[in-house]
Design a protein around this ligand. Structure first.
Ligand SMILES: C[S@@+](CC[C@H](N)C(=O)[O-])C[C@H]1O[C@@H](n2cnc3c(N)ncnc32)[C@H](O)[C@@H]1O
Ligand SMILES: [Zn+2]
Ligand SMILES: [Zn+2]
Length: 484
């Protein structure tokens, strides 16, 4: 099997993931991180693409098959991280004519948008229903043998929070309201008949932009029910969708993760966010090194004392990309995953992860106090509910607080009998523009990417080459040489 491109331990393959995976050596990668095509959302314009199956069930069947292929390639102690978003039934017609629902819709009036059709009934949801695809997929993978360990909420935007709001795709989600009546005309359309016009637009024919003008008064807006000149619009409001899931799945019950590498400060939320900016080398990192707040993985041992385990809700903004791939996730989402899922070194002989050697220090007072300890770091509160069977709430809390000590990673040590270092390998079976790969390489890993599209692989290649060589993507290498 020939890769589309390979360099410095990285490989990109063009092809259907179901056909490419069997060609990769078994148990050869430390972890896989990916964002599969979502169901019914996008047409990447490639034969064999996943996501355009007729039903969610068929889509999930196929995904389970893909992840079986991933399981073979993954080490037994490896983890898989799957980013999936949800969708709503009823995206059809117009821009969505390519989706399964759009295809099912015949171009006559018998199936107009947002009317119930047998398809929707058969699948137990109606237009407008939230599909719940992420959890369907998670349960299907779990039933297929994966250990479902976490459902991380990637919060792209949040509400009711003073310090972060994020930015997400706006959606048109209005409620009921009286609105001034307007007339729309399509001066560029080939027809005056409303019926024909509607059909043309449903079929994606270009009818130009509508001209919108205030209604001079019609039976709808002057029927005496509402304010004069107003019509009632019954919108189906809901909050704007602003999160996706990242499911963490393990191949076996005893899987590798590096909790030390991903700890966050127990206080100061600003510091938490900053930590990830600085944890991949570069100037900021050096500045932090100088200030004593060092937190690196690739270049040195981290010396963050204490801190807490990260939570399963991550507020990470969607970073805009100029590349022609609309479904790329941000590099910032990859960083904590890579920190936790990849070892600092893999064994050069058998691939086993190296683990951090942890030295515990004194009490982490900051953390203890945050969690309700007294000034000495102990706990003397009384549990409200007395002990029935087992431990009292008070003892549980006491014990947890007692475990909150500063810790230091002195070095890393192999978990196998060999003593050879190699770079861990991160697989992305739907690699697109290789955001996973770029973050993985920056973190000192190798990357194997698979995508159906040559075009995306070309972009992926350029991005990877840039991080490998340090030559910016839009300045070809020859140019840089020529300038020297
Ligand atoms: C959500 S995108 C991944 C984006 C990627 N995380 C990035 O940052 O660019 C899903 C990708 O899956 C690819 N794809 C769809 N069907 C595929 C298949 N059967 N085999 C391999 N890749 C496929 C698409 O070309 C698309 O690039
Ligand atoms: Zn009117
Ligand atoms: Zn080994």
């Amino acid at each position: 099997m020939q890769p589309y491109w390979s360099a410095d331990g990285c490989e990109l393959y063009t092809g259907d993931v179901l056909e490419v995976l069997p060609g990769l050596p078994e148990r050869s990668v430390q972890c896989a991180i990916t964002s599969p095509p979502y169901w019914g959302l996008r047409d990447y314009g490639e034969e064999g693409q996943i996501g355009l199956e007729e039903t969610p069930e068929k889509y999930i069947e196929r995904m389970v098959e893909v992840f079986r292929g991933v399981r073979r390639v993954l080490r037994d102690d490896g983890t898989v991280w799957v980013n999936v978003g949800d969708g709503y039934a009823g995206h059809w017609g117009g821009d969505y004519a390519h989706t399964p629902w759009g295809q099912d819709r015949s171009p006559d009036e018998t199936t107009v948008p947002n009317k119930e059709t047998p398809d929707f009934k058969q699948h137990a949801f109606k237009p407008k229903d939230l599909l719940g695809i992420p959890w369907k997929l998670a349960f299907a993978l779990r039933a297929d043998g994966w250990y479902l360990r976490s459902a991380i909420v990637w919060a792209k935007g949040v509400s009711f929070c003073d310090s972060y709001s994020g930015s997400v795709m706006p959606e048109s989600v209005n409620g009921w309201r009286w609105e001034r009546c307007k007339t729309r005309t399509w001066p560029d359309a080939d027809t005056d008949s409303n019926e024909e016009l509607r059909r043309d637009r449903q079929n994606g024919r270009d009818c130009g932009e509508p001209e919108v003008e205030p209604c001079p008064g019609c039976e709808k807006c002057c029927d005496g029910h509402g304010p004069d000149g107003y019509v009632l619009r019954r919108g189906s409001w809901r909050p704007t969708s602003a999160h996706e899931y990242v499911f963490m799945l393990a191949k076996s019950a005893r899987y590798f993760c590096d909790a030390e590498a991903v700890r966050e400060p127990s206080g100061d939320p600003e510091g938490t966010a900053k930590r990830y900016e600085s944890s991949f080398g570069g100037e900021k990192n050096e500045a932090l090194n100088d200030s004593g707040l060092r937190q690196t993985k690739p270049e040195g041992e981290r010396t963050w004392d204490g801190g807490r385990n990260p939570r399963d809700v991550w507020t990470i903004g969607t970073s805009g990309t100029s590349r022609a791939h609309y479904a790329a996730y941000p590099e910032a989402l990859m960083k904590p995953i890579l920190q936790a899922a990849t070892p600092k070194h893999a064994c050069g002989v058998c691939g086993a992860p190296w683990a951090p050697v942890v030295t515990e220090g004194g009490p982490d007072m900051d953390h203890r106090k945050k969690c309700g300890s007294d000034r000495s770091g102990g706990y003397h509160g009384e549990g409200k509910v007395g002990p029935t069977r087992g431990q009292s709430a008070r003892d549980v809390k006491k014990n947890i607080l007692r475990g909150m000590n500063t810790r230091r990673v002195e070095r890393h040590h192999p978990t196998c009998e060999h003593d050879q270092k190699a770079r861990p390998v991160v697989l992305d079976p739907f690699s697109g523009t290789a955001t996973t790969g770029v973050a993985a390489v920056k973190q000192g890993c190798r990357h194997i990417g698979v995508d159906l599209s040559d075009e995306y692989n070309e972009m992926a290649k350029n991005r990877l080459r840039e991080v490998i060589t340090g030559v910016p993507e839009d300045e070809p290498e020859q140019c840089a040489l020529w300038m020297e």
